[in-house]
Ligand binder design. Structure first.
Ligand code: 6GU
Length: 235
């Protein structure tokens, strides 16, 4: 999978060199390229923002550097002559639709995803219309809170999607029993010692009865979902 990131803070993405995704990049499973939006400015100050039409607080990211940056990335992709076969453009935004595990699964089958990280009060709205002429566009939010920009959100999405790309996680079975894969939270896990500082591992897990273990785990999943995330059960 190819992933491009456009940002005014490329250094945010240095951490993609470590851990599981770093290894996947080294192994050629993920081709991740980070681009500085300011490379597509033409003025001496490398300006990427301006005041909002209609007034109001903050600054808005100018459309032209975005268009040039997205054009340059889309042009590198072979094929992709029309929007439907172009890249998937993802713009992290607190005003977007919700990013979920099922969105991550869906995106893990993409050939090419481009993350456009906005700062300030956002990106000129016309950029999304323009991007939809060269690819598919999604505005996506991590949850109901506000971050300073799309960088941290894009990092989270890259990790959630990247680990679902075949080969990135060594044991694919470990992806099946996770939280959110079946609409429930994950069951609790324990390791040795069986008794630790006065806390004991539940007896059923020491019983060797696979059926009883499975029933207990399912019960725990339902119970903690009811307690912590009742919204998941009513959906
Ligand atoms: Cl995707 N972006 C920003 N700026 N804030 C967020 C978010 C995204 N998701 C939750 N808060």
């Amino acid at each position: 999978m190819r992933i491009d990131v456009v940002t005014i803070f490329p250094a945010f993405f240095d951490v993609l060199e470590v851990s599981l995704l770093g290894r996947a990049r080294g192994a050629g499973l993920l081709d991740i390229r980070v681009h500085d939006l300011r490379d597509h400015t033409t003025d001496r100050h490398r300006t990427v923002d301006d005041t909002p039409y209609g007034g109001g607080a903050g600054m808005v990211m100018k459309p032209e550097p975005w268009a040039q940056s997205l054009d340059a990335i889309a042009a590198e992709q072979e094929g992709g002559e029309d929007a439907a076969s172009g890249p998937l453009f993802v713009f992290p935004s607190p005003a977007g639709e919700r990013f979920t595990q099922s969105v991550a699964r869906e995106w893990s089958a993409e050939q090419h995803i481009v993350f456009g990280c906005g700062r300030y009060e956002g990106i000129d709205e016309r950029v999304f219309a323009y991007a939809s002429t060269i690819g598919r566009v999604r505005l996506v939010s991590l949850g109901d809170y506000v971050l300073n920009g799309g960088e941290v959100a894009a990092m989270a999405m890259i990790e959630a999607v990247g680990r679902l790309v075949p080969g990135v996680v060594g044991n694919p079975e470990s992806l099946v029993e996770e939280s959110h894969e079946d609409g429930l939270l994950e069951y609790p896990s324990y390791t040795k010692p069986a008794s630790w500082r006065g806390y004991d591992v539940p007896d059923v897990l020491l019983s060797g009865h696979h059926g009883r273990v499975a029933d207990w785990r399912r019960g725990q999943q339902v119970e903690r979902t009811r307690l912590r995330r009742p919204d998941l059960l009513s959906e």
